[in-house]
Design a protein around this ligand. Structure first.
Ligand code: SF4
Length: 369
């Protein structure tokens, strides 16, 4: 980060030009028409892994379902997950739900107004806490996300690795030291500039309101910044999916409480090296010895942030078995621990389940099964 004295003129340009531009050019978003911390919180959690323009319909649906922190706290987890459907990264919804319950039980429904208190809540880290504290409560704290790291790295011509915690800490500290009184607007303006003008590729420097102070523009290094050392690549996994059918209903289990898609409903699966149907058959036969040979249904591919599932889908028809007997046997498996961890559902009832997209898209393969 720049030496404070040398950078003084740049700081003034950053503060003044950015706020003036934001005032005139900011996008009109539903959560920008309010300072209600509940709505700011929901929007910030959604924005963590979703583009702002994309999340608007999801935001509207979510706050229609849960207009207050009390309604969110009182809802069932399945209802919250259902309202989150389509946004992915479901741990965000689960954390929102838990945090809402804590806010009601420990804070009488009042959302904390300081960064220190906010980051004690599930799902709220320094960025989200800073955004809520500054935007909803006008606290003088920064909110540093990927957009902000990019803008500041370029503005200050910094070649420090933005994937490194130390760099983030330095940028956060520097921003905290230069925040104007309108800290919430300033934080939003930095994010907005990163989203609209100082883009990852091909930033539109010609129309940038802070160009006159930008050190990477002056030295021609914008294309090299920010520096981010690549992390591990995505891993591809072969997954066999077992779709068990009985009396026109399909068998679902709840996934374990830890790991990928934790606590969500799914078809039974195995990770396998081959994808021939033998692994899922072997696993299911531990509990369902009467299982028929697997019927190959089709394949599907699903991308998570760091894992790709190449899914081979196999069907098993249990029409000759008694539903309860099957379900009871399944209890001894390591994937289901109680009756609330498995269920049979007809296709028309599947909508009631919060079924992750990785599995719900498999339903389209079942027309002939
Ligand atoms: S001048 Fe270009 S590189 Fe500098 S902050 Fe503006 S958009 Fe980003």
């Amino acid at each position: 980060m720049p030496d404070t004295k040398k950078s003084q003129p740049h700081i003034e340009i950053l503060q003044t030009n950015l706020l003036r531009w934001f005032d005139k050019s900011k996008r009109d978003l539903p959560f920008r028409r309010t300072r209600d911390p509940y709505f700011i919180w929901i929007s910030e959690i959604m924005a963590q892994q979703t583009q702002i323009d994309t999340l608007i319909p999801y935001y509207n649906r979510f706050i229609t379902n849960f207009p207050t922190v009390f309604s969110l706290a009182q809802a069932t987890e399945d209802a919250v997950i259902k309202a989150w459907e389509g946004l992915g990264y479901y741990s965000r919804a689960r954390n929102l739900h838990q945090a809402a319950r804590l806010i009601v039980s420990d804070y009488q429904g009042r959302i904390p107004d300081t960064l220190a208190e906010l980051i004690k809540l599930p799902g709220i880290g320094p960025y989200t806490g800073g955004a809520i504290a500054s935007i909803a409560f006008n606290q003088k704290v920064s909110a540093v996300d990927g957009n902000v790291l990019r803008v500041i790295s370029r503005y200050c011509n910094s070649f420090a690795d933005i994937g490194h915690a130390k760099t983030k800490k330095q940028i956060t500290g520097w921003l905290d030291s230069i925040l104007p009184d309108a800290a919430g607007d300033f934080n939003e303006a930095l994010m907005e500039l990163g989203a609209l003008i100082c883009l990852p590729k091909n930033p539109t420097c010609l129309i940038c309101p802070i160009r006159s102070g930008c050190q990477s523009d002056a030295t021609g290094t914008t294309g090299q910044l920010p520096v981010k050392v690549k992390k591990q690549k995505q891993i591809t996994k072969q997954v066999e999916v077992g779709i068990i059918k009985q009396n026109g209903r399909l068998f679902f289990i709840r996934r374990p409480e830890v790991g990928l898609l934790s606590g969500m409903w799914s078809f039974p699966i195995t990770e396998t090296a081959v994808g021939s149907g033998q692994d899922i058959k072997k696993k299911l036969r531990e509990n369902f010895p009467e299982l028929s040979e697997p019927i190959f249904i089709g394949t599907s591919r699903h991308l998570f942030s760091h894992i790709i599932w190449e899914m081979s889908v196999y069907g098993f028809d249990l029409d000759k078995l008694v539903c309860e007997a099957v379900a009871t046997r399944y209890l001894v498996s390591d994937q289901a621990e109680s009756q609330s961890d498995y269920q049979f559902k007809s296709l028309s009832e599947v909508d009631d389940l919060a079924l992750p997209i990785a599995f719900s898209k498999l339903l389209a393969l079942l027309t002939d099964f």
